[in-house]
Design a binder for this molecule. Sequence first.
Ligand code: IMP
Ligand code: MG
Length: 186
Amino acid sequence: MTQPAPYTQFLEEILITESQIQQRVAELGATISEYYAQSQNLLLVCILKGGVLFLTDLMRHITVPHAIDFMAVSSYGEGARASTGQVRILMDLAQSITDRDVLLVEDIIDSGHTLNYILNQLHARNPRSLRICTLLSKPSRREVDISIDFLGFEIEDKFVFGYGLDLDERFRNMPFIGVVKPEALA
Ligand code: IMP
Ligand code: MG
């Protein structure tokens, strides 16, 4: 007999299916390609680790020549479920962004503290433009106003995992967005 997949014990329901994600990512790629059609030096900046699946799928749908870079920040204390508002850069970009068109690629905007911090840091480096693309947004949780340029899906205030988002560092590889069972968050 085959065992159920390890994530099933934490899964309340699948919120966004693999095919819904893939379809939306393709649409976003087309929109972004149109928006940056004239750009000479587009740089996609992936916020690690949650944005990594989104970036690698999205870039396959972006037809404008572009480079990629990565930045890692910490916003949660160990085991915490919400941003502390105290953000630290764990790994900085390898490239200069001065005079470049920078598109931040994020997994989810929750309180907005993480992205607000990153935006302030990157603005100071004088990019030509700085835009935001996030797969998910939980608007009801926002504490800092963030204007999103490219959005995948708006979701309710539920803790989700999969497609880059982790449940205690695991299950980032799931191809769907799933809601975590409340008892698994205790
Ligand atoms: P913010 O600073 O509150 O906007 O938090 C943003 C970060 O919190 C995201 O980049 C995620 O890493 C993490 N996060 C927020 N909500 C969730 C969730 O539902 N599941 C997994 N990670 C989340
Ligand atoms: Mg993240």
